[in-house]
Design a protein around this ligand. Sequence first.
Ligand SMILES: *Cc1c(COP(=O)(O)O)cnc(C)c1O
Length: 217
Amino acid sequence: MSLPEITARISAACARADRSPAEVTLIAVSKVQPADRVEAVLDAGHRVFGENRVQEAQGKWPAWKADYPGTELHLLGPLQSNKARPAMELFDAIHSIDRVKLATRIADMAQDLGRCPDLFLQINTGEEDQKAGVPPAQADAFIREARAMDLPVAGLMCIPPAQETPSLHFALLAKIAARNGLPGLSMGMSADFEQAIALGATHIRVGSAIFGERVTS
Ligand SMILES: *Cc1c(COP(=O)(O)O)cnc(C)c1O
């Protein structure tokens, strides 16, 4: 477990960018990690975690949430509309709002539940076919539509293409967020979170650098 090392690197990156570490939330991405590794990070006092799949999270997190009060859970992976309700019941934030239909479904459920997680709209900055999110050219319209539904839109999220310089994508995401007056930027993973911090990330999603390599997926 190298949580202290990651925290130190976040502080250093913030210092270089003239930002306060309090502006950057570290989401420890615990998908498919063995329970003992996750518990070590919980025991160290960390309380913000990310998962990719609703079903996997449902199997692990209700018990941990009860044992470790104050735990905050973020959904990072694609969300099917028919899983919207359980996702909204379990997660405090959803980073993968990638289409109007899903936003509409969540707005309906929010009426029902009387609450709604913080939402990040996913932008497919690399315009990759296999990746979720709206293309940059449709981002402004998507943001307008989500806000018109009275949803708590916290910011934008992206996953840059594996072979490209991530900074270009982080800068593009930051530009779209700024012109729409959105404060949240969910960007940066194990390999590039320092660059993301330099470009304004407010939420970094770090898995393997904290927990070690994932055994599957
Ligand atoms: C798995 C995952 C991460 C964490 O990836 P690492 O490279 O292990 O830090 C971050 N964001 C999303 C959307 C993921 O699926």
